[in-house]
Design a protein around this ligand. Structure first.
Ligand code: NDP
Length: 315
């Protein structure tokens, strides 16, 4: 049978390119989990994904209610779940003030971390039950949250501190809207939540890999300077960023290539190792990359897990 993969945020950029790459193999049915149904349908058609190889299901990660409904709807579809890709993200680098999710969490951490955390937890049982040869849960990471890299050292740097803002609910009222309890900074919030994504992947690995046989992985697909992720950035940045990445840092990858890399992590039989953060070298070969000290801090991963459980109503 075909495998079934859910990809969040498959309506543009990396998610769409990955959906296309997997659909084209003929071995996958792709569930595009998107907040904008029409946009997702149009996007699938525009890149030529054939009708029988995808379905669009509504998911707004900025609402925990929507996450729960999505998990129910998916279950009612009767499909098995063989791979889950947590890809969607918002990036608000120029925001002066925080904005919030339906439940009142700062938007980028709420969407990118808490929404995906609940989704992955709810669908873990479905993955467990799959009889597919490999079952995988993948969370898209980023170099920017890794302070052991050059890109990760561009201020403001990621830092979750002692998680006091998160523990306080990130609501900007009783607690800060930032995880570490500091003043709001949209660019830092994006990096912080990438650290959350990488810590979450490792905690999943520690808790569930042996028991379930599920592969938990994260990756940095390269700098895809052309995606919608930078839509909120100032125009000059959007003009200069792609050539800067292409010619100066040489970290640039096309959406198609990045999609191929993520598709590899979903389906390549040689990438079944769990707990790994994948990256690609100049020859486009995958390798196990090192995470920064904070992004591999086991104690912080456990604490993040416990605080997140409370916030999304699982504990
Ligand atoms: P895009 O902005 O093109 O894609 C982001 C996707 O997330 C869109 O489909 C968007 O939906 C979706 N999304 C945003 N908010 C929600 C929500 N509340 N509910 C459901 N879906 C939502 O950016 P990229 O493709 O670049 O980003 C994809 C991933 O890749 C992210 O995790 C990003 O951090 C990561 N990444 C990107 C890099 C880059 O250089 N671009 C480098 C490393 C990692 P909609 O279409 O409706 O807006």
């Amino acid at each position: 049978r075909k495998g079934t993969v859910i990809i969040t945020g498959a309506s543009s950029g990396l998610g769409l390119a990955t959906a296309k790459a997997l659909a084209e193999t003929g071995e996958w049915h792709v569930i595009m989990a998107c907040r904008n149904f029409l946009k997702a349908e149009k996007a699938a058609k525009s890149v030529g994904i054939t009708k029988e190889s995808y379905s669009v299901m509504h998911l707004d990660l900025a609402s925990l209610e929507s996450v729960r409904q999505f998990a129910d709807t998916f279950r009612r579809s009767g499909r098995p779940l063989d791979a889950l890709v947590c890809n969607a993200a918002v990036y608000l680098p120029t925001a002066k003030e925080p904005t919030y999710t339906a439940e009142g969490f700062e938007l980028s951490v709420g969407t990118n971390h808490l929404g995906h955390f609940l989704l992955a937890r709810l669908l873990l049982d479905d993955l467990k039950q799959s009889d597919y040869p490999y079952k995988r849960l993948i969370i898209v990471g980023s170099i920017t949250g890794n302070t052991n890299t050059l890109a990760g050292n561009v201020p403001p740097k990621a830092n979750l501190g002692d998680l006091r803002g998160l523990a306080g609910g990130l609501n900007g009222i009783q607690s800060s809207a930032m995880i570490d309890g500091g003043d709001f900074d949209g660019a830092k919030a994006y990096k912080d939540r990438k650290v959350c994504n990488m810590l979450t992947m490792q905690e999943f690995h520690r808790r569930y890999n042996e028991e379930t046989g599920i592969t938990f992985a994260s990756l940095y697909p390269g700098c895809i300077a052309t995606t919608g992720l930078f839509r909120e950035h100032i125009p000059l940045f959007r003009l200069l960023f792609p050539p800067f990445q292409k010619y100066i840092t040489k970290g640039y990858v096309s959406e198609e290539e990045a999609g191929g890399r993520l598709a590899q992590v979903v389906s390549d039989p040689s990438l079944t190792k769990s707990g790994v953060y994948w990256s690609w070298n100049k020859n486009s070969e995958s390798f196990e990359n090192q995470l920064s000290k904070e992004a591999s801090d086991a104690e912080k991963a456990r604490k993040l897990w416990e605080v997140s459980e409370k916030l999304v109503g699982l504990a």
